[in-house]
Design a protein around this ligand. Structure first.
Ligand code: DX5
Ligand code: ZN
Length: 217
């Protein structure tokens, strides 16, 4: 298997002992994945600035914010100041996506577009040209610990072809229900980055699980 970039989702971390989980991620993973939910775009509320600040100030690897919120542009400057290195917004939440992606990049951050399971990758043909990465949701967003939707794999392969044609520098991230049982299939289909919450933090040895997902052990 090729070396995968692994981004543990801190939604599944133990908030009563966050320092320990931050340390495991710093020492083994590639990116911190922060899931921001507003109870409007998705049927759940997660966390906001205080926790983002805590993680950013302790992070030794890049921090990514996955914004599952309406009007995400309201938070770009604040998150940038906190030290967030990349921001991913939902295709379904942005009426002026081209402007939104350009604004993230203007601030010096990497910009990603996330799509819900029902959204076709075909719709990304144009925005791929200016995006640093596309995030394919392989569960319906809102909660950690859900089951991987099987047709997501076809979407990854289809997206890979579109990317090769339109912007080979654009990376593919897959988020939701990723674990040791399906990492091979996801990697083979063309993913570069995988998010894993439950698979990492509910495992007996999170450090080892991260390494296995990366394909280094
Ligand atoms: C879901 C989030 C995911 C999720 C991943 O809305 O975007 O990042 O927390 O968790 P697992 O890996 O447990 O599906
Ligand atoms: Zn996420």
């Amino acid at each position: 298997m090729k070396r995968m970039i692994v981004a543990p989702s801190m939604l599944s971390a133990n908030f009563a002992n966050l320092a320990k989980d931050i340390e495991v991620v710093n020492a083994n993973a590639d990116i911190f994945h922060l899931d921001i939910m507003d109870g409007v775009f998705v049927p759940n509320i997660s966390y906001g600035t205080p926790l983002i600040k805590t993680i950013c100030s302790n992070a030794k690897i890049p921090v990514e914010a996955h914004l599952m919120i309406v009007e995400p542009q309201k938070f770009f400057e604040e998150y940038n100041k906190l030290g967030v290195g990349s921001i991913c917004v939902h295709y379904e939440a942005c009426t002026h996506l081209d402007r939104t992606i350009n604004r993230i990049k203007e601030l010096g951050m990497k910009a990603g577009v996330a799509i819900n399971p029902h959204t076709s990758v075909k719709l990304l043909e144009n925005i791929i040209r200016i995006s640093d990465y596309i995030l394919i949701m392989s569960v319906n967003p809102g909660f950690g610990g859900q089951k991987y939707i099987p047709y997501s794999t076809e979407k990854i392969s289809e997206l890979k072809k579109l990317i090769e044609f339109n912007n080979p520098n654009c990376l593919i991230e897959v988020d939701g229900g990723v674990g040791l049982n399906n990492i091979e299939e996801i990697a083979m289909a063309g993913a570069d980055i995988v998010v894993a919450g439950n698979a990492v933090f509910s495992s007996a040895n999170p450090a080892e699980t991260i390494k296995k997902l990366q394909g280094v052990i």
